[in-house]
Design a protein around this ligand. Structure first.
Ligand SMILES: Nc1nc2c(ncn2[C@@H]2O[C@H](COP(=O)(O)OP(=O)(O)OP(=O)(O)O)[C@@H](O)[C@H]2O)c(=O)[nH]1
Ligand SMILES: [Mg+2]
Length: 254
């Protein structure tokens, strides 16, 4: 079994990608199971084969413990950890080739609390990859790309799995904007120039240092443009995941 965890900021397109990529795998006659780890999901574009809401319901937790929405989500994250064995059994019983895992919208709850990395390592197997979605809306600005890649790096640091960074909702970008973002990734000097034009003063100095830190951490950064709406990039996403699973994953650690 190959496990793929889809992670990213609220509304960046995680659930839609799980839906689109599951359909892509099925169209290519590959067996796939979808797992929803978001206890607060009201509606999902796919019917999850394994669903954390069968174990933990955020509204029940709010009522039972008199918690607000964020407090309840924190409690849910910890409660899910208590059910990981059963969730893992459900997945193993299905025995698919690919397991696509949709993670909670509140990325910091998933990645930064101790339960998220614990859940990830408990339900996944040896062949596990993380897809981190960088929302196109943020990446269009040079400083937005810096902060998105810093987030990608902190998720990588927390989960410690081979990670593939994806530019999501690529259909919303003009061809010129997409090219520009990919050029910034390849050419830090051009990225720094764009940062200088965008921000002044303290922000400028910080941008430069952060940009350099990102380059130090990953001298060959990679960002794959994908659209779940048009299907653009899904072939490449599969090919890149194959490379990660084949053991060439080190290069994707951001
Ligand atoms: N144009 C376009 N819209 C997209 C794409 N992927 C997702 N969206 C839209 O973005 C919005 C959020 O998508 P979701 O898949 O729910 O995002 P999410 O990351 O699962 O959201 P949360 O779980 O709430 O954090 C929806 O309106 C989607 O239709 C895409 O590739 N292109
Ligand atoms: Mg979602």
């Amino acid at each position: 079994m190959f496990f793929v965890f889809v992670v990213g900021t609220a509304g960046c397109g995680k659930s839609t990608l799980v839906d689109a990529f599951a359909s892509w795998l099925l169209d290519h006659e590959l067996d796939v199971a979808t797992v929803n780890l978001d206890p607060a999901a009201v509606w999902l574009p796919y019917g999850p084969d394994v669903d954390v809401r069968d174990y933990v319901n955020v509204e029940d937790v709010m009522r039972e413990y008199n918690l607000g929405p964020n407090g309840a989500l924190i409690a849910c994250a910890d409660m899910i950890a208590a059910h990981v064995e059963r969730i893992r059994e459900e997945i193993v019983d299905l025995n698919p080739e690919y397991v696509l895992v949709d993670t909670p919208g509140q990325m910091e709850l998933y990645a930064f609390r101790s339960s998220g990395p614990y859940i990830t390592s408990s339900i996944s197997g040896e062949r596990t990859a993380v897809i981190f979605l960088v929302d196109s809306v943020f990446a269009e600005r040079p400083s937005g790309l810096v902060s998105s890649l810093l987030l990608a790096t902190s998720v990588n640091y927390r989960l410690l799995k081979p990670q593939l960074n994806v530019l999501s909702k690529a259909d919303l970008l003009s061809p010129e904007a997409e090219e520009r973002i990919l050029r910034w990734m390849d050419n830090p000097v051009e990225w720094m120039d764009a940062l200088d034009a965008e921000v002044s003063g303290l922000g400028r100095e910080m941008n430069q240092r952060l940009c350099e830190a990102l380059k130090d951490l990953n001298p060959t950064p990679y960002l794959l443009p994908v659209s779940s709406k048009t299907g653009k990039g899904l072939d490449e996403l599969f090919a890149e995941l194959q490379r990660v699973f084949a053991g060439g994953g080190e290069e994707y650690v951001t």
